[in-house]
Ligand binder design. Structure first.
Ligand code: ADP
Ligand code: MG
Length: 354
């Protein structure tokens, strides 16, 4: 069941900019499509319009090619899971999972059979009689998924479903959701501000910024080919460095980088991801102004990784992420100078740095 949205627009407050403007995309059948973007970029509003919880000012929502823009929420055949796992605290796990079917007046035996099936699917086979208060956060959220799937929705809508969980459980449930989708093939829309979650879980990522679609595509394509400075800086938390095109050659300080298509002489920004910088040891005695040297201002160890803060000759600062072993192999420390290679930088005309 594919979901198509076309030209969606929603303004909550007259005179304000719209919360969502001209949003169009297709979420393919059976896949996970993520809506990724910073807080306030309009992700939840888009999801609520697909659900039928919010009416668009203009634009349309179709499921499997059938327009449902004005169809009430109960008749859209969608299931939801939100961040706060709002389970019914007075109902046990079975009661929670079967709730939607009971509302639909399904037969008792049919409800029991479906609940049994879902308990196995979400890995809670022996916990049917527990009350929500007797479950861990991760288990509660799996009950919420089972409850959303009980009525066999055509589309599963997830709004930051792991947002309230601690890191380990969040990572576990991320894998689990991928497996769940592979088993159920329910078309899924996942709202998240966590780029790792979106890049890892989904077949398609819609990146949103200020109410609009900034870029849509396969996760690796967006990572490798950011379409705009916003995407280049947002995906991978890139450093932004000032550079220059002159006579068709682009440089950031003394570091040569690729020249953007159609570039004319003038200012550029290079977007450099902390994990895509290569450092090497500066040779003793070298260090004329021509070498791309950076001075190590600080090293912060985070378990097996390190964050190296560099100061470049331009006085700009840059963050580099290395494995602890890589730093040890380099044999450098705070105050030392290192050669910096930003060859993989994404370069855009203009100056977006602050
Ligand atoms: P996201 O989910 O990406 O964080 P939202 O869709 O929740 O973003 O919000 C987008 C914008 O719309 C924000 O500026 C938010 O304050 C505004 N907004 C959302 N819901 C309402 C509402 N019911 N009334 C007024 N403004 C709203
Ligand atoms: Mg939101």
């Amino acid at each position: 069941m594919s979901v198509t949205v076309h030209g969606l627009r929603k303004r909550f407050v007259q005179g304000d900019l719209p919360a969502v403007e001209d949003v169009s995309f297709v979420a393919p059948s059976g896949a996970i499509t993520s809506l990724l973007g910073p807080s306030g970029s309009g992700k939840t509003t888009v999801l609520r319009m697909i659900a039928g919880l919010e009416e668009p000012d203009s634009g349309s929502v179709s499921i499997e090619g059938v327009d449902c823009t004005r169809t009430p929420v109960q008749r859209r055949g969608v299931g939801f899971v939100f961040q706060g796992y709002a389970l019914f605290e007075h109902l046990d796990v079975r009661g929670n999972i079967g709730f939607g079917l009971k509302i639909q007046k399904a037969a008792r035996a049919a409800i029991d059979a479906r609940v049994d099936e879902l308990l196995v699917l979400v890995g809670l086979k022996d916990l049917g009689k527990r009350l929500p208060a007797q479950l861990s956060g991760g288990q509660r959220q799996r009950v919420a998924f089972a409850r959303a799937l009980a009525t066999r929705p055509r589309v599963l809508l997830l709004d930051e479903p792991f947002g309230a969980l601690d890191t380990r459980v969040r990572l576990e449930l991320r894998d689990w959701l991928g497996e769940l989708n592979a088993k159920t093939h329910v078309t899924t829309l996942l709202v998240t501000h966590d780029q790792d979650e979106a890049l890892e879980l989904s077949q398609q990522v819609i990146v949103m910024n200020e109410g609009k679609v900034a870029q849509a595509g396969a996760p690796n394509h967006i990572y490798d080919h950011p379409a705009s400075p916003f995407i280049a800086s947002f995906i991978g938390n890139a450093n932004i460095l000032k550079g220059q095109v002159s006579a068709g050659v682009t440089a950031v300080g003394s570091m040569a980088v690729s020249t953007p298509q159609g570039a004319i002489d003038g200012a550029v920004n290079a977007f450099v991801r902390p994990n895509e910088v290569k450092l090497s040891r500066a040779v003793e005695g070298a260090g004329g102004g021509e070498l791309p040297l950076g001075r190590i201002e600080g090293i912060l160890r985070v378990g097996g990784n390190v964050r190296v803060n560099l100061r470049l000759p331009s006085d700009e600062r840059m963050t580099v992420h290395l494995r602890m072993a890589e730093l040890e192999a380099l044999g450098v420390g705070e105050g030392d100078r290192v050669l910096v290679d930003i060859g993989s930088a994404k370069v855009f005309m203009g100056d977006y740095s602050i």
